[in-house]
Design a protein around this ligand. Sequence first.
Ligand SMILES: Nc1ncnc2c1ncn2[C@@H]1O[C@H](COP(=O)(O)OP(=O)(O)O)[C@@H](O)[C@H]1O
Ligand SMILES: [Mg+2]
Length: 250
Amino acid sequence: MNLENEGLLQATRTKSEFIMAMSHELRTPLNSIIGFSDVLRRKDIGELNDLQEKYIDNIHLSGKNLLMIINDILDLSKVEADKIDLYIEKMSLSEIIDISISLIKDIAKQKNIQTIKELDPGSDILEADKDRIRQILFNILNNAVKFSKPEGKVTITSRKEGDYIQISVIDNGIGIKEEDIGKLFKEFEQLDKGISRNYGGAGLGLIISKKLIELHGGRIWLQSKYGEGTTFTFTLPLKSTFVPIKEKND
Ligand SMILES: Nc1ncnc2c1ncn2[C@@H]1O[C@H](COP(=O)(O)OP(=O)(O)O)[C@@H](O)[C@H]1O
Ligand SMILES: [Mg+2]
């Protein structure tokens, strides 16, 4: 390795160590904010008037959004520094899709958005990291609902394609302009800051999802028509070829 590359590698390592330490320091007080605002909003220790209830809900939601952003920054720095290990096991895609749908059901309900699941037989059991697949699905489903108009529809399909499972999330939301498609998998990239800011998020979901999918040995792409809707599709190998970090270094 030449000196320049070595310097770059060292800089990336220092950056990711700094971010890991910082996120720990930020998460500790943030967990108090989330935890204590939750106790108050549950009214276990006393009634609240309408305004107090509104403010406490706001503190709680903002805290949770901030925690999500910190977790995303931490994840991004880990994937950049090759520090993410996958815990590969046999898992049911259908089960993880159900869990991911349940995580977004509140915002889907608020906007009256229907979620539909259409899984082909033979596309359920695969070898992958359950938590990471849930994270990927949550990111993509959350976007689909977030960028849908009220009364919209979000469909999740899966089918077997050779040695891979191919999963699509289809929405009939705001869509993406052709010239913007290339920007999506870059960090902190949000096409409409106005819309995004209303719903939280830091523009890291897609880049992290892409890296996690590629770590599994799959790939992700999208098709979109501005004003009509978007389809995100990704593949995952049925049999994992992932080599854990420990074995790689042996
Ligand atoms: N289903 C979708 N429909 C329209 N735009 C989308 C969709 N998914 C993602 N985008 C665009 O890609 C951007 C980046 O997405 P993401 O990385 O998940 O960040 P975030 O959700 O925090 O904004 C979004 O801000 C949005 O502009
Ligand atoms: Mg997102």
